[in-house]
Design a protein around this ligand. Sequence first.
Ligand code: PEP
Ligand code: MN
Length: 349
Amino acid sequence: MMVIMRRDATEEQIQRVLETVRRLGFTPHLSRGHEHVVIGVIGEARRAEPAAFLHLPGVARVVPISRPYKLSSREFHPADTRVQVGPVTFGGPDIVIIAGPCSVESRSQMLETAHAVKEAGADMLRGGAFKPRTSPYSFQGLGEEGLRYLAEAREATGLPVVTEVMSPEQVDLVSEYADMLQIGARNMQNYPLLRAVGKRQKPVLLKRGMSATIQEFLLAAEYILMSGNKDVVLCERGIRTFETSTRNTTDINAIPVLKAATHLPVILDPSHSTGHWAYVAPIARAAIAAGADGLIIEVHPRPEEALSDGAQSLKPERFAQLVREVRAIAEMVRQEMHAVRPPVSPGAD
Ligand code: PEP
Ligand code: MN
C-alpha cells in the first residue's frame, strides 16, 4: 500500500510514518513528488492494515498498490523517473542513443567504433567484454582487457559506457570500468545478480528475457529497486515467437504498455529484436514513434569481420542516417506524447 501525505505534512510527520512502517515490520520507500510525499509500505507476505496509518498526523490517504510489482509501478510513482548516466539523461525530453559493437574485439576496433558512433551522434557507448553466448564454442569476450578498452574509448570520446555483467562476482570489477551495468536477456531472472546490482549506486540497463512476460520483466526490475538502486532503465530486445524470418519478434506493444505501467525509462534494442541490419532502422523509427526513451544499436566498422552479431550490426554511415531519422521523429512526437500519456497504468499484461 501507499501512504500519501498531505501537501502541508511536516518533516516530523513524515518521519513518524516511516518509523511506524518499520515498527510494523515493513520496509518504507519514500518518494518525494512535486505535490505529495508518498511512502510505499513494502513487505513480504504479511498484510499491512491501512488503519495503522490513517490516523497518523499529516496522512492524506492510504491506497493499495494493485500490481504485484510495487516500486516500479506508476501507481507508486506517477512521474517519469529520469536516470542520469554522466551527462546523459534517460526518461527526459530527449531520446538517448547507445551504440557500439556487440563485443569488444580489440583496442583498435573499440576506439575506431567509438569515434565513429560519436561522430554519428550517439550519446553513449556499448560493447560486451563478458559475452553470454548460446554456444560455449563461440567467442566469449575479452573480459577485463575488454573493459580497459571500453574505458579508454570513453576517455577518448567522452561517451559514457554500458557493458554487461553476467554474475554477482563480476559486479565489482565491471563497476570499476563501466558507467552503467547491463543485465542481459539471459540473466533477467538471475535473482542473485539482480540483488547484487541493486546494492550498487550504478545505473542498470535491464534487458527483457526473451521469454519473459511484461509482468515478469517488471518484477525483475523490482528486485533491483528494492535492493536500493533506483536507477533502472528497461530495454525491450525482442521475444521468442513462432516466427523464424527474424531472430526475435520486436514486441513493439511493450513500449506503450511499459510506459503506462511503470515510471522507469524504456528503450528498444532493434539489433537483437530483428537480428538483421536491414530491419534495424525501420524498427528503431517505430520504437521512437511508439514512445521509447532511446535505443541501443550494434555498430561495427566492418560487420563481415565481427566476432559476434555481424549480421545485425550497422556500418557507421548507416547508423548516422538512423540517428538523423530517429531524432527527427523524436522532435515531432515527443512533446505531444508526454502531454497525453495516461497517468496510471491501464494494465500491464
Ligand atoms: C547484447 O546486448 O549483446 C546481448 C547479448 O543482448 P541480449 O542479452 O538482449 O541478448
Ligand atoms: Mn549482440
